[in-house]
Design a protein around this ligand. Structure first.
Ligand SMILES: *[C@@H]1O[C@H](CO)[C@@H](O)[C@H](O)[C@H]1NC(C)=O
Ligand SMILES: *[C@@H]1O[C@H](CO)[C@@H](O)[C@H](O)[C@H]1NC(C)=O
Ligand SMILES: *[C@@H]1O[C@H](CO)[C@@H](O)[C@H](O)[C@H]1NC(C)=O
Ligand SMILES: *[C@@H]1O[C@H](CO)[C@@H](O)[C@H](O)[C@H]1NC(C)=O
Ligand SMILES: *[C@@H]1O[C@H](CO)[C@@H](O)[C@H](O)[C@H]1NC(C)=O
Ligand SMILES: *[C@@H]1O[C@H](CO)[C@@H](O)[C@H](O)[C@H]1NC(C)=O
Ligand SMILES: *[C@@H]1O[C@H](CO)[C@@H](O)[C@H](O)[C@H]1NC(C)=O
Ligand SMILES: *[C@@H]1O[C@H](CO)[C@@H](O)[C@H](O)[C@H]1NC(C)=O
Ligand SMILES: *[C@@H]1O[C@H](CO)[C@@H](O)[C@H](O)[C@H]1NC(C)=O
Ligand SMILES: *[C@@H]1O[C@H](CO)[C@@H](O)[C@H](O)[C@H]1NC(C)=O
Ligand SMILES: *[C@@H]1O[C@H](CO)[C@@H](O)[C@H](O)[C@H]1NC(C)=O
Ligand SMILES: *[C@@H]1O[C@H](CO)[C@@H](O)[C@H](O)[C@H]1NC(C)=O
Length: 372
């Protein structure tokens, strides 16, 4: 009974708690004209780095952080000497090379290549992005049968727009592209066919080294062959779409500021909590997969096998709760790690799979504070 009341109370206290999709960094628009590398230096001194953009939600937040309607630098550039790497179109799906999924000699006679976009037949092959063919969309909102073969001829960019508008994105990741559902689609046709999936390769990199695959080029203005325009900007009067320009041109710019910090000192859970409350805002809470991923990046640099999170077991209430009063709506427990006992708090593993393991709170580990 007490527990029920407490949970109800928490729900009321926090409103729609679990729907809250707070991001762990924020954007700052700097209304000073600087070259791209001056802007980078400025952001690294005053904030974390030039802005990176992870997905459409970030793009919307970035645009909302200013009234300005001009051009502004973001943290993407092409100073890689043309070294292209593969990405999946769907934000957050990491590209992992697996030679057995590819057949570089599998190009059909009619297919121009090698190119910078990936299509599937029985295997994957790179072909020119302006070839037109059927394509496979992915719908993240569906419970099963998440992939759809669209029997229309489009080039890669058009196919991506179609999928992003009508579904979620082009099919992305080997689990999906080599998975049963797509194999069934391929077999459902009497004759073999080629279809685009969400594979592309480019030579653009983020200033902070992250490998976010999200791109938002304005295809009417952007040309990936213009070799002296190697820095990216957002065009705020064109829905924030991106184009490129020569890096020594002076423009306003966006920085981003990290809101999580790893403290590389070993402390008990309580000491860590006090430390974060005094020096920052508190021990980190994780309420969605996005925040989990963001915390993983910090945990990777820890010197202890686990890092403390702000999640603790309450003996009296018999439940886990985040110390900032959020309910546990997202969970990433390791299989046998959820020991419910007095004096327990949660440590995230320092390495993959970055799962949560209940620990005695008198153990001493590194920990992650949130800044706001
Ligand atoms: C930046 O440059 C533009 C165009 O050269 C100019 O219109 C604008 O006033 C400048 N902004 C600042 C803050 O100096
Ligand atoms: C940006 O502002 C628009 C309009 O004010 C709003 O609808 C949208 O939700 C905002 N986006 C974010 C991510 O806050
Ligand atoms: C990116 O850099 C490579 C190598 O310098 C070049 O071939 C390519 O055209 C560049 N792309 C853009 C858009 O500048
Ligand atoms: C190209 O980039 C990949 C991945 O970032 C890296 O492993 C490789 O060494 C680079 N190649 C060259 C020639 O720079
Ligand atoms: C590569 O793909 C094959 C077949 O799809 C799979 O059996 C294998 O485990 C994969 N290898 C890696 C390293 O993921
Ligand atoms: C794809 O088609 C559109 C519309 O025909 C065109 O504007 C665009 O340049 C094409 N993209 C590529 C990569 O060929
Ligand atoms: C999902 O796919 C399976 C096998 O391809 C099929 O039997 C089933 O009817 C499909 N379900 C829906 C809702 O389309
Ligand atoms: C969405 O799908 C419809 C057909 O169902 C198509 O006519 C439309 O062009 C698609 N939207 C985009 C942006 O491609
Ligand atoms: C970038 O991708 C590589 C593997 O492709 C991964 O090991 C690395 O952690 C990623 N970097 C970031 C900052 O996410
Ligand atoms: C960049 O290339 C364009 C066209 O090729 C040329 O007009 C321009 O002068 C070049 N800019 C620089 C800084 O080299
Ligand atoms: C923290 O503890 C780990 C062992 O759990 C040790 O390897 C590491 O050096 C310690 N770090 C510091 C900063 O004392
Ligand atoms: C933590 O507390 C338990 C039980 O109170 C005790 O057995 C254990 O030795 C303590 N561990 C450390 C590292 O102090």
């Amino acid at each position: 009974m007490a527990k029920m009341h407490w949970i109800l109370f928490l729900h009321i206290l926090m409103g729609q708690g679990c729907l809250f999709t707070c991001r762990l960094y924020e954007y700052h628009f700097i209304a000073e004209n600087k070259s791209w590398s001056e802007a980078q230096t400025y952001c690294r001194e005053k904030y974390t780095d030039l802005a990176k953009v992870f997905d459409m939600t970030d793009m919307s937040r970035l645009r909302n952080s200013t009234q300005n309607q001009g051009e502004a630098w973001i943290g993407l550039n092409n100073n890689t000497g043309g070294n292209r790497t593969w990405h999946w179109s769907l934000p957050g799906v990491e590209y992992i090379q697996n030679d057995s999924s590819w057949n570089q000699n599998g190009r059909q006679e009619t297919e121009p290549g090698p190119g910078n976009c990936g299509r599937k037949r029985d295997k994957l092959v790179d072909v020119s992005c302006d070839s037109t063919m059927w394509f496979i969309c992915y719908d993240g909102m569906k419970k099963d049968n998440k992939t759809y073969l669209i029997e229309e001829y489009k080039n890669w960019t058009e196919a991506q727009s179609y999928c992003r508008y009508n579904y979620t994105d082009l099919a992305s990741g080997l689990d999906q592209v080599d998975g049963e559902e797509i194999e069934a689609l391929v077999k459902s046709k009497a004759t073999p066919f080629s279809a685009w999936v969400g594979l592309f390769r480019d030579s653009w990199r983020w200033s902070d080294g992250s490998n976010s695959s999200f791109r938002y080029w304005d295809m009417q203005l952007f040309n990936d062959e213009q070799s002296n325009k190697t820095c990216a900007m957002t065009l705020l009067n064109r829905s924030g779409k991106w184009s490129s320009d020569e890096c020594d041109k002076e423009k306003p710019f966006f920085c981003y500021d990290d809101k999580l910090i790893l403290i590389k000192e070993n402390k008990t859970w309580k000491e860590a909590l006090d430390y974060c409350r005094e020096s920052h805002r508190g021990l980190v809470s994780i309420t969605n997969p996005y925040q989990q991923r963001w915390a993983e990046v910090r945990a990777k640099n820890a010197s202890s096998p686990f890092v403390w999170l702000g999640l603790r077991y309450s003996c009296t209430l018999d439940l886990w709760f985040w110390v900032n009063d959020k309910l546990v709506c997202y969970e990433k427990w390791s299989r046998e790690g959820k020991t419910e006992d007095c004096g327990r708090a949660v440590g995230m593993m320092r390495g993959g799979p970055y799962e949560w393991v209940s620990q005695r709170d008198n153990e001493t580990y590194n920990f992650i504070c949130s800044l706001e």
